[in-house]
Design a protein around this ligand. Structure first.
Ligand code: UT7
Length: 397
């Protein structure tokens, strides 16, 4: 029996602060006219609270997706977070999301494929569900790119925005969902876009920061050429796998990097531009969050219905590229979840905070109780007993 990976929940979250092109005119040598005509961007959202990180946006988007799916965090088997701006180099942002949601039954890991990450995640989800290993997956794309942008570099700072989008993917025997995928990469282009500092190649250092290596670096022109080609090519591959002609496709959901890239790729695909959904004007380029947020906007605008044939395509640092074909299965708009179920979910999220705090407290207590033997006083025999129990030392004679 074939197991299909159907999208049953979706949600997005944008931080409230909006940065317009006119705001940027006051920050760097640029103009609203240049940004709009070269990229299609008018404004973007950005996080302006230093306490908010990618996992926080992810959790908000995930809660909305779970509400649409009318599921609780306990129903999730696996959380995948696609992000280029994780909370930390490690642990995975997905683990932080798992804890914040209280998804106690879920495994969790991050997908690092830059702007193609969400589509990579959809392909992975399809495979895991088809294999029978996993039933329910929460896939999130989330970014706080504003924290890594060089606000003096007009070639990059005008492009990027913050946000998060999430979907719940569920195994079903009914045909539909993510039906075909294509994943690609060309690592010879790795130096064209990235964040040089922070990894094992160039760990954080004062000198590096002084040289600006802690900011996003990009060579836009070659990426532009690459992007047009691979967006069209990857879409063509998944359409061929599905036996779809250009006229069969109802909607293309492209990564929102540049409106001109999308127009050129649609032209190559011979699909009219009206069949591409764009929100770049108000969102900018949100990397891994762009495709899921477009999906959510297109659903909310009534552009996706049961049976719609969709092509999702993207590219990004790596260089990576990817596409998936989706036969949309869920009802849109989603029926409102009953109020009592929303209340239960809210209680669940609050309990998750309590549970997490208690687990931390218990760990801290054990840390204190089983602290160093030297000067440990009354704690020494307790520690010895505990170590014996763990098999870390033989029984005291
Ligand atoms: O998710 C993947 C992320 N990356 C991308 O998607 C990048 C793909 N590339 C692009 O979208 C475009 O290449 C850009 C939008 C980055 C640049 O557009 P372009 O049409 O390729 O411009 P360009 O780099 O060839 O620059 C043209 C001119 C240059 O001036 P000169 O040398 O002709 O005098 C730039 O210095 O535009 C100048 N310029 C700007 N002027 C005003 C570059 N950025 C700006 C700016 N405002 N913000």
């Amino acid at each position: 029996m074939t197991r299909y990976a159907r999208i049953v929940g979706w949600g997005k979250f944008l931080p409230p602060k909006v940065l317009t092109n006119f705001d940027l005119e006051r920050m760097v040598d640029t103009s609203d006219e240049w940004i709009r005509t070269r990229t299609g961007i008018r404004e973007r959202h950005m996080v302006n609270d230093p306490n908010i990180a990618s996992s926080d946006l992810a959790v908000e988007a995930a809660k909305r997706a779970l509400s649409v799916a009318d599921m609780t965090a306990g129903d999730i088997d696996l959380i995948m977070v696609a992000t280029s701006t994780p909370d930390h180099l490690f642990p995975a942002t997905a683990c932080i999301v798992q804890d914040k949601l209280g998804a106690t039954q879920a495994g969790a890991f991050d997908v690092s494929a830059a702007c193609s990450g969400f589509i990579y995640g959809l392909a992975l989800a399809r495979g895991l569900i088809a294999s029978g290993e996993i039933d329910t997956i929460l896939l999130i794309g989330t970014e706080v790119l504003s924290r890594f942008v060089d606000w003096n570099d007009r070639e990059t700072c005008v492009l990027f925005g913050d946000g998060a989008g999430a979907v719940v993917i569920k195994a079903s025997e009914e045909r539909g969902g993510v039906m075909a995928s294509m994943l690609g990469a060309d690592g010879s282009g790795a130096s064209l876009l990235g964040l040089p500092m922070g990894g094992s190649r160039l760990p954080p250092s004062v000198d590096g920061i002084a040289e600006g290596e802690n900011h996003i670096k990009m060579k836009g022109r070659p990426i532009f050429r690459f992007a047009v080609h691979v967006m069209a090519e990857s879409s063509r591959v998944v359409m061929e796998k599905m036996g779809w002609a250009p006229e069969d496709v109802d909607l293309v959901v492209p990564h929102q990097a540049n409106e001109r890239i999308i127009r050129a790729a649609m032209k190559q695909l011979k699909i009219p531009m009206e069949k591409a959904y764009l929100n770049i004007a108000t969102h900018g380029n949100t990397s891994t969050a762009s495709v899921p947020m477009v999906l959510v906007d297109a659903i909310n605008e009534g552009r996706i219905k049961q049976g719609s044939k969709l092509v999702l395509t993207g590219f990004g640092a790596g260089l990576t590229y990817a596409a998936v074909a989706i036969e949309w299965g869920a009802r849109t708009p989603a029926p409102e979840a009953p109020i009592h179920r929303n209340i239960l979910r809210k209680i669940g999220y609050n309990l998750a905070h309590v549970r997490s705090a208690m687990r931390r407290a218990v760990r801290a207590f054990y840390g204190f109780l089983l602290g160093p033997e030297e000067g440990g006083g009354w704690r020494v025999p307790i520690r010895q007993k505990f170590d014996e129990w763990l098999g870390l030392r033989g029984k005291e004679k």
